[in-house]
Design a protein around this ligand. Structure first.
Ligand SMILES: NC(=O)C1=CN([C@@H]2O[C@H](COP(=O)(O)OP(=O)(O)OC[C@H]3O[C@@H](n4cnc5c(N)ncnc54)[C@H](OP(=O)(O)O)[C@@H]3O)[C@@H](O)[C@H]2O)C=CC1
Length: 478
C-alpha cells in the first residue's frame, strides 16, 4: 500500500556548497553527521573531483572537507585516483525513542507550521544566497513542499520500508532541480535551526539527536537513490505537446512526445514544468499504460489561480515543449495475484485508473475490474466515453459512473459519492483497492474500502497531498 502519500514537488536544495559557516547557530549544538558514501561509491566513470570524493548526482567540485569540523562532504561517487575509501559505518536510523521525540516536536510545531517553514527558508537563503535560483521565483507553494517533505519523512522515521520508497522517489526527482549531495547537510542544519527556534517545550539534546539521526537517514536514502538513478536515467526529459484536446472548458487531455524513451509503469505519475513558469513543477499521473509509440497522456484540470494547470489548459498548444521529471509512485497493479481490482476515481483522478485498466488488459490475465468514476455532474465525467469504450472491449471490466445527488445521470449511473456507492454495492473481499482523486475522496475512499472487506495492505492510493501529515497542501493539477 502506498501508505505514505507523496508530497512530491520538493526541491531539497540549498545549503552552502562549501559546507562552511554558522551551522547550528540557531541553537543546535552539533553538526549533522555526513551522509555515508554508501551506494554512491560505485562509479569509476565520474571525472576526478578537485579534491576528496566527488559529489553524487552532480559532477561539480565537492565542498572542502576540511572547512567544517564534523561536517565532511556528503557521499558521492569516487574518482579512480582517490585513496581507498575509509569504511563508513552504516547509517543508523532513529530508534523507537527517537520516533517518539520526533512526534512530540511535530505536534508542538504544528500550530505554527507557517512560521517554522518561513524561518527555515529564511535561514536557508540567508546562508546560501547563491542557491536561491534553484527555487521558483515565487515561493509560496514551493516552500511548503520542501519543509513538508522533510516533516513527512521524519514522521515516518519508524517505518523504514515506506520511508525508503518515498525518499527514493524524492531523491531521484531532485536531480532535475540540480540538487547535489553536498547540499543536504546544510539543509539539515536549517531544518534543525528552525525546529530549535519553535519547538520550545519539546526540544532537548535527546530530541536534537533524534532529529539528526532521522535527517541523516533521510538524506542518505535520497542521495543514494539520486546517485543510482544517475547511472541510468537523465535528470529530466523534454516533451513536445502533440495534441491538446479540451474536454470541458477547464479540463484538457494532453499527449506528449518525449525526446528520449520514457520508461514508466501504469499508475505512476511524473512532474511537469512549463516554459511559462520556470522551476515550478507540478505532478500529473500518466493517463494510460506505456504506449507503443512512446507518447504520454495526461489529464489536466485548470484550478482557480493555478499557474501551471491554467497554462497547460488555456495557453499550451501543440508544438510547445515541456520538461518532465522521472516517474514515481507505487499505485501499480500487483500482477502476482488474481484478485479483482476495485478502482475509485474522482475527477481527473480517473487518469491513473484508466492506466491501470489498460495495464490489466495488456497483461492478458482476466481479472475482474470494477471502476467507480465520480464527478460532480454528468458533464464533469469528461473521460466517461473512453472508459465505456474500454468496458465494451473488455468483458471483465465494469464502469460505474457516479454523480452528485440531485444531478441528472445517464443510464446505469449512480448518484451520491463514490465511497458510498461501493459500500452500497456489497462486499469486495477478494479485491485489491485503488483510489485516486481529491484528498478528501481518498480519505473516505480508503475508509470505505476497508469497511468493504479489503485489508489495508491490499489498498493503494497516491495522493498529491499528504493526507495525515502536517504539511500544507501540495496539489497535483496545481
Ligand atoms: N490530474 C491527474 O493526473 C490526477 C489528479 N488527481 C487529483 O484528483 C483531484 C481531481 O480534482 P477534480 O477533477 O477537481 O475533482 P473534484 O473536486 O471535481 O471531485 C471529483 C469527485 O470526487 C468527489 N469528492 C471530493 N471530495 C470528496 C470526499 N471528501 N468524499 C467523497 N467524495 C469526494 C467529488 O464529489 P463532490 O462533488 O461531492 O465534492 C466528485 O464526485 C485533484 O485533487 C487532483 O490533484 C489525482 C490523480 C491524478
Amino acid at each position: 500500500m502506498t501508505t505514505m502519500s507523496e508530497n512530491r514537488d520538493i526541491p531539497v536544495s540549498g545549503g552552502r556548497p562549501d559546507g562552511t559557516g554558522d551551522q547550528w547557530s540557531a541553537g543546535a549544538g552539533r553538526p549533522l553527521p555526513p551522509p555515508a558514501s554508501g551506494s554512491q561509491d560505485r562509479s569509476a566513470s565520474q571525472p576526478p573531483a578537485a579534491s576528496g570524493p566527488a559529489s553524487g548526482p552532480s559532477r561539480e567540485a565537492p565542498p572542502d572537507p576540511g572547512t567544517t569540523p564534523g561536517l565532511p562532504p556528503a557521499g558521492g561517487t569516487r574518482a579512480v585516483t582517490d585513496p581507498p575509501p575509509v569504511p563508513v559505518p552504516p547509517v543508523t536510523g532513529p530508534t523507537g525513542a527517537d520516533v517518539e521525540l520526533i512526534r512530540r516536536t511535530l505536534a508542538e510545531i504544528q500550530p505554527v507550521a507557517d512560521k517554522v517553514t518561513g524561518h527555515f527558508y529564511a535561514l536557508l537563503f540567508l546562508r546560501n544566497p547563491e542557491l536561491r535560483d534553484l527555487f521558483p521565483a515565487a515561493m509560496d507553494t514551493q516552500r511548503d513542499r520542501l519543509f513538508g517533505a522533510l516533516l513527512t519523512a521524519a514522521r515516518h522515521a519508524g517505518d523504514p520500508a515506506a520511508l525508503t520508497a518515498y525518499l527514493s522517489d524524492l531523491g531521484r526527482g531532485h536531480r532535475k532541480y540540480g540538487t547535489r549531495a553536498e547540499h543536504y547537510p546544510a539543509v539539515g542544519e536549517c531544518l534543525i535551526g528552525a525546529l530549535t527556534r519553535y519547538a520550545h517545550h519539546t526540544w532537548s539534546p535527546a530530541a536534537e539527536t533524534a532529529w539528526v539521526r532521522a535527517y541523516t537517514l533521510i538524506s542518505q536514502i535520497m542521495i543514494d537513490a539520486a546517485a543510482e538513478d544517475e547511472q541510468r536515467s537523465p535528470a529530466w526529459w523534454q516533451a513536445e505537446i502533440v495534441s491538446h484536446e479540451l474536454r470541458t472548458p477547464d479540463t484538457v487531455v494532453l499527449r506528449l512526445r518525449p525526446d528520449k524513451p520514457y520508461p514508466f509503469r501504469a499508475g505512476q505519475y511524473t512532474s511537469v514544468e512549463t516554459p511559462w513558469w520556470p522551476r515550478v513543477w507540478r505532478h500529473y499521473s500518466f493517463a494510460g499504460a506505456p504506449s507503443a509509440d512512446g507518447t504520454l497522456t495526461f489529464h489536466v484540470k485548470a484550478v482557480p489561480a493555478g499557474w501551471v494547470s491554467g497554462a497547460l489548459v488555456h495557453r499550451a498548444r501543440p508544438g510547445d515543449v515541456l520538461r518532465l521529471g522521472p516517474p514515481a509512485g507505487n499505485m501499480i497493479v500487483d500482477h502476482s495475484t488474481d484478485n479483482g481490482l476495485l478502482c475509485l476515481g474522482g475527477g481527473t483522478g480517473i487518469a491513473p485508473i484508466k492506466a491501470l485498466v489498460e495495464d490489466v488488459a495488456e497483461y492478458g490475465r482476466r481479472r475482474l475490474v470494477d471502476v467507480f468514476y465520480g464527478a460532480r455532474t454528468d458533464q464533469d465525467l469528461y473521460d466517461l466515453e473512453t472508459m465505456l469504450r474500454l468496458e465494451r472491449t473488455h468483458p471483465w471490466l465494469s464502469v460505474h459512473p457516479v454523480v452528485g445527488d440531485g444531478c441528472p445521470v445517464r443510464a446505469a449511473g449512480l448518484t451520491g459519492q463514490v465511497p458510498d456507492a461501493i459500500l452500497g454495492a456489497g462486499s469486495w473481499t477478494g479485491y485489491d483497492g485503488y483510489v485516486s482523486g481529491p484528498p478528501g475522496m481518498i480519505r473516505s475512499g480508503v475508509h470505505a474500502l476497508r469497511r468493504a472487506g479489503i485489508p489495508p495492505d491490499r489498498i493503494r492510493h497516491d495522493s498529491f497531498e499528504t493526507i495525515s501529515d502536517l504539511q500544507a497542501p501540495a496539489l497535483a493539477g496545481e
